[in-house]
Design a protein around this ligand. Sequence first.
Ligand code: PAF
Length: 280
Amino acid sequence: MRIIRTKAELKAHVRELKRSGKTIGLVPTMGFLHEGHLSLIDIARGKADAVIVSVFVNPTQFAPNEDFDSYPRDFDRDAALCAEHGANAVFAPEPEEMYDPSASTWVEEVSLSKPLCGASRPTFFRGVTTVVSKLFHLAQPDIAVFGQKDAQQLLVVSRMVRDLDFPIEIIAAPLVRGQDGLALSSRNRYLTPDEHLRATNLHRSLVEARAKIEAARAVKSEFIEAAKEVITAAGGKVDYVSALDRTTLREPTAGTTQILLAAAAWFGTTRLIDNELIDF
Ligand code: PAF
C-alpha cells in the first residue's frame, strides 16, 4: 500500500491506475479510524478495483472555536488499518499541501446545508464540500463512500455531485454502532466513561421518537420534545432534535414519505450526532 503525501504523487498514482484500466473507489476520512470507517473501505473494495483512503483533518471545516488542534490523530495506526483492509493507497497531505495560502475559492451548497448541523456550524459544510471537491478532482474516483452517520453531509455531498456533474457514484454506508448503541465516531475518544454511558441516551431518544413517529405516521412536536427530555435527563445539552423531509431537509409535508430524524447534543465538551431514517 502506498502512502502519498503530495497532490502531484496522487495524480501520478491515479494516472497509473487509470492507464491499467482500474476503477477507483475513494473513502474520504479525517483519520483516527474506527470500525465505521473500516466498513467504508470494505464497501469501496467491493465496488472498485483500487481504493484510495484520504486521511486529512480538514482545517476549513472547523470554526476557530472548534477542536481542529485537539482532533484525535494516529497516522501509523490508520495506515496499518488501511493496509489490513486492502486499500491501495492512503493520501495524507499536510494542510499547506492541500490549500494554497492565497486560496480564495469555496464550493458551497446553499440549501440542504442550512438546517440541523448547518445552523450551529454555519461554515462547516462549505469546508466539507470544498475539500471533497478537491479530493474528487485529485483522486478522480468512480465511486466514493460516505457514512450514513453523517446523514446531512451525505445529502449535501450527493447534491453537490448532482449539481456540479461530478461523474462519481456516491455510496451510502450504513451507520455502525457500538454494542451499547452509541454511533461510532472519532470524537467518542473525548468522552469520559461516565459521559460515554450517558451519551448512549442520544440513540435511545431517537429510537423512542422513531417508534412514536412510525405509530402515528406523522411527526408531532411532542415526540421531538420527549426525545430532547431523554437527552437532557441523561445530562446532555441538546443542540437539536429534528425530523425533516429527507429529500428537502424541510418540515415534512403531506407528501413526505422519507424522514430524517436527527439529533446533536453535547455530553461534557463533546458534540455528538446521530440519526434514524424513517420510511412511511
Ligand atoms: O466525514 C468526514 O470525516 C469529513 O467531513 C470528510 C468527508 C472526510 C471531509 O473532510
